[in-house]
Design a protein. Structure first.
Length: 435
């Protein structure tokens, strides 16, 4: 036990005191803050989109052109990526005289082609037809993924609806009343403290979702670090000295648990930064989030699953790395194993929508996926027998993975050149079973 703690402490300090880890620990909160504030900063710096309206309907002040122009002046049309209201501008001179949408399209294309490379020509909205069959074409100088078409389409739909209502004899007050009429659906559940389901009631599920994603990231990163560490020791022959100084089980568990403590340290630092940042939020929201994290023992379960996941995947990666002659070979081996860990991410998304699906319930009992999916099942009120079964299966699988990892670590550490992992493990098993 003493040697295990020494190895654990050595591995912990070996990563903790490296400049890379310290820099990551400091910069990660800054990156998170920047990722949250950067979109708003870019929105303020980006110019508002300009739109010119060409109305070919011939309806004048009651037509869709006048209506959409009023919407733009009032700032009701926004560009989704920038959240900036559009600005109304004059129709280009070469386009204003068009009589059909096709002619307008040809003139607009010529206008865009003749614009200077550094210029930012406006978007042109061409309208034609009637309220029953309105044809709206939005021309932009560049084909962008998201533009103003959604907001403009909603505004034109409102105009078409109001125009058709007036044709039926409704006055402005009746049209406004009908436009504001809607049905609000309220969701209720006996599990809600107030009866009506609110965001507070959904916070435990959202917290479980966030923690599940975090566990996948941490376990994937930790297992990769174990793999790289063992491969480097194997290539430098240091592993041969270590095996003669301590039991392989102590070496393997010391490495895995040392990295587990390292990630817990990083989580503690990030949690402290998160608490400081949460001080800027309303107290009610902070209390709801804390209550969601602590509800149903979610924090304790997450710690338990993190430990099991580290032992399970860390042992497998360490045992495989002991048979790699170079770090490059270990990295190539880590790729398919890392891709396997991406499967729970897709299952987690499905579990949020259909937590009672038989596929999700069976996958949560599959030990390699249990650390990630069982959290969502617990947050959804999984029965005790299901949680207990998942724990027993995961504990047994983890114990088996540790045993296999130790045997592979011991055998692979002293093996140079190509070797057959399964043959070596089978020989170790026969020695264990021989009377």
């Amino acid at each position: 036990m003493r040697r295990l703690l020494i190895i654990l402490w050595r591995e912990y300090l070996a990563y903790l005191l490296t400049p890379g880890f310290l820099v990551t620990l400091v910069t990660l909160p800054l990156v998170l803050v920047a990722s949250l504030s950067l979109p708003a900063l870019l929105s303020r710096q980006a110019p508002a989109p300009e739109v010119a309206v060409l109305d070919l309907t011939g309806l004048g002040s009651t037509g869709p052109g006048a209506y959409i122009e009023a919407q733009i002046r009032e700032g009701r049309t926004r560009n989704l990526p920038q959240e900036r209201a559009a600005i109304l501008t004059e129709t280009p001179a070469g386009v204003a005289g068009a009589r059909t949408p096709e002619e307008a399209g040809r003139r607009i294309q010529d206008f865009y082609r003749g614009a200077l490379p550094d210029a930012s020509p406006p978007a042109v909205l061409v309208l034609s037809g009637t309220a029953e069959s309105l044809d709206a074409r939005l021309w932009t100088p560049r084909a962008r993924l998201i533009d103003l078409s959604g907001e403009l389409e909603r505004a034109l739909t409102d105009w078409s609806r109001q125009t058709r209502m007036r044709a039926l004899g409704l006055d402005a007050g009746e049209i406004d009343a009908l436009s504001r009429t809607g049905v609000e659906m309220s969701a209720y559940s006996p599990e809600s403290r107030t009866g009506r389901i609110t965001l507070t009631d959904r916070l435990p599920h959202l917290a479980a979702l966030g923690v599940s994603y975090l566990l996948v990231s941490l376990i994937l990163a930790g297992a990769g670090m174990v793999l790289t560490s063992v491969a480097e020791e194997k290539s430098s022959r240091v592993i041969e000295v270590l095996v003669t100084s301590a039991h392989p089980a102590e070496l393997l568990l010391g490495k895995v648990l040392g990295l587990l403590c390292l990630f817990l340290t990083a989580l503690g630092a990030l949690t402290g930064a998160g608490v400081l940042a949460a001080g800027q939020l309303p107290p009610g929201i902070v209390l709801d989030v804390i209550r969601a994290v602590l509800s149903q023992g979610l924090l304790g379960w997450a710690t338990l699953f993190l430990a099991f996941g580290f032992l399970l995947y860390g042992s497998i990666f360490a045992g495989l790395a002991a048979f790699c002659e170079t770090p490059r070979e270990a990295q190539s081996l880590a790729t398919p194993l890392s891709l396997f860990l991406l499967i729970p991410l897709f299952l987690v998304i499905s579990a949020i929508q259909t937590p009672e699906s038989p596929v999700i319930r069976i996958a949560a009992l599959f030990p390699p996926f249990t650390p990630f999916l069982m959290l969502l099942r617990i947050a959804d009120g999984a029965p005790a027998w299901e949680v207990a079964t998942g724990l027993v299966l995961m504990a047994a699988t983890t114990a088996g993975a540790v045993w296999i990892g130790v045997q592979a670590y011991r055998t692979g550490a002293l093996t140079q050149g190509s070797s057959n992992l399964w043959t070596l493990l089978r020989s170790r098993l026969k020695l264990r079973l021989r009377p």
